[in-house]
Design a protein around this ligand. Structure first.
Ligand code: FPP
Length: 233
């Protein structure tokens, strides 16, 4: 397995609500338990030598959930950021948020910026939290910024790499492996451009149940995949 550790593992964390319902609990209990899965997977990625772990925590579409749940999730994310600082520092984890920051509350933004600044020099693993993110939003914001620059320099040629430099993920490699939990098999407006050659792994396990052993199983499956990038090997 050692020879095929992916550099970037991404996760669409799904099934918190169903996990709670199965136990007769409120949905928010599922989100609370889901935080433990993020912690477990982060620590396992550090142990295994994965360099980037990204998690889809809140989509642009999630703003349409009931106000009480949105409010709970935002508070939970802010609180978790404050609480996890020492664990991130102990593990050498750099923390980064990607998404439409214009929609986030000032108090959450300052918690994000504080954690990003304090962990900026850590280089064992980068934990990327996608927050108020959608793939179409990302492509559109990139196109808008590029168009503004092209207006001033219309002769400039633009290739795939030039365009990718405007995406909000420009500083990170594209995901090698995308895991989606809870049995759903769709991309849900996540990284649309960046997953062009990503390996997909779907599991029925609900996110609050997804822990170290499940991540290792996904990585074992990844190691057996034959990545050809559209070519012949
Ligand atoms: C999906 O379950 C999960 C989310 C909407 C994201 C929230 C994730 C967490 C709170 C985990 C913690 C994250 C971080 C970065 C610390 P769902 O509500 O869609 O479940 P359902 O499909 O069963 O209703």
């Amino acid at each position: 397995m050692e020879k095929a550790i992916p550099a970037h593992v991404s996760v669409i964390m799904d099934g918190n609500g169903r996990w709670a319902r199965q136990r007769g609990l409120e949905r928010i209990q599922g989100h609370l338990e889901g935080v433990k899965s993020v912690r477990a997977c982060t620590e396992e990625c550090v142990r295994l030598g994965v360099k980037y772990l990204s998690v889809f925590a809140f989509s642009e579409e999630n703003w349409g959930r009931p106000a009480a749940e949105v409010e709970f999730l935002m508070k939970l994310l802010g609180k978790t950021m404050i609480e996890e600082l020492s664990t991130l520092m102990d593990n050498g984890v750099r923390f980064v948020v990607v998404g439409n920051r214009a929609r986030l509350a000032p108090s959450l933004l300052s918690a994000i910026e504080d954690l990003e600044n304090k962990t900026a020099k850590n280089d064992v693993l980068t934990l990327i939290v996608f927050l108020s993110y959608s793939g179409k939003w990302d492509i559109l914001q990139a196109a808008r910024r590029l168009a503004a620059e092209l207006a001033a320099d219309p002769g400039r040629s633009v290739g795939e790499q030039d365009f990718a430099a405007y995406l909000s993920t420009a500083a990170f490699p594209d995901p090698d492996l995308l895991i989606r939990t809870s049995g759903e098999q769709r991309i849900s407006n996540y990284m649309l451009w960046q997953t062009a050659y990503t390996e997909f792994y779907f599991t029925d396990v609900l996110w609050p149940d997804f822990r170290e052993e499940h991540l290792r199983t996904a990585l074992e499956e990844y190691a057996r995949r034959d990545r050809r990038y559209g070519k012949v090997k």
